[in-house]
Design a protein around this ligand. Structure first.
Ligand SMILES: C[S@@+](CC[C@H](N)C(=O)[O-])C[C@H]1O[C@@H](n2cnc3c(N)ncnc32)[C@H](O)[C@@H]1O
Length: 212
């Protein structure tokens, strides 16, 4: 058996439902479920950047009778995580999910997957430089369809970047729908709605590079 990579092992706290990571997952899932409840569209598109094993989206769709409305592309770099997400999607009977082994920091990886009605930036902003967070947010109008929702997360460390993240989102045309920053944990979860006009994808750009 080959050893787990860092990013495969990173998912282990999901096995403990009391872990902060599981707490964050439940919040993200609640927002995915309420987004689905609010949208009556027959067809909805989702893109998840750095999707990992897909616990958030797959976990919600697995129990939804309207899951076939959702056409999703999950971008994930680690081959083992791609395989785990594919296995979970198959087990849940989800056939409209495309799990792509790709670098989500390259805008070219989003070709054909955007504009999306829901963009998941979960577990991304804490692993890239502040400059890259700002650059990624500025590029979100290229990933978003009209009226899209973005769900994002970011840890709060000694220097809390979330006020800047929320300002950059405002500057890029997003209206805040929810922001959770529980006092007993370090994570935060934000939900923003895109209020401006979508921009076409400039596939030549790089928006972020992972630090780890
Ligand atoms: C912090 S985890 C978050 C996983 C998932 N979104 C979640 O919250 O459960 C970050 C994920 O990004 C993946 N990753 C790292 N660099 C990447 C890149 N350039 N493009 C796509 N995925 C990447 C890692 O393999 C890992 O699965």
């Amino acid at each position: 058996m080959t050893a787990q990579t860092h990013w495969q092992a990173w998912h282990e706290p999901y096995a403990d439902e009391n872990s902060p990571l599981s707490h964050r997952l439940r919040l993200v899932q609640q927002h995915i479920a309420s987004w689905l409840d609010q949208r009556s569209d027959e067809r909805l598109t989702v893109v998840s950047a750095c999707a990992g094993q897909g616990h958030d989206l797959i976990g919600v769709l697995a129990s939804r009778s309207d899951a076939q409305r959702v056409h999703a592309t999950l971008l994930e770099y680690d081959a083992g995580n791609v395989a785990a997400a594919q296995a979970a999607a198959e087990q849940a009977g989800l056939c409209n999910l495309l799990i792509r082994q790709a670098d989500a920091g390259q805008l070219s990886s989003y070709a054909g997957a955007v504009p999306a009605d829901l963009v998941l930036m979960v577990g991304v902003f804490g692993n890239i430089s502040d400059v890259d967070v700002e650059r990624t947010i500025a590029a979100l109008p290229q990933l978003c369809a009209e009226g899209a929702t973005v769900i994002w997360t970011r840890g709060r460390r000694k220097s809390d970047l979330t006020p800047a993240v929320r300002q950059w989102l405002r500057d890029a045309g997003f209206m805040e729908q929810a922001f959770h920053a529980p006092s007993d944990v370090r994570f935060s979860v934000g939900v923003h709605r895109f209020e401006w006009s979508p921009q076409s994808l400039e596939p030549a750009g790089t928006v972020f590079t992972f630090l780890h």
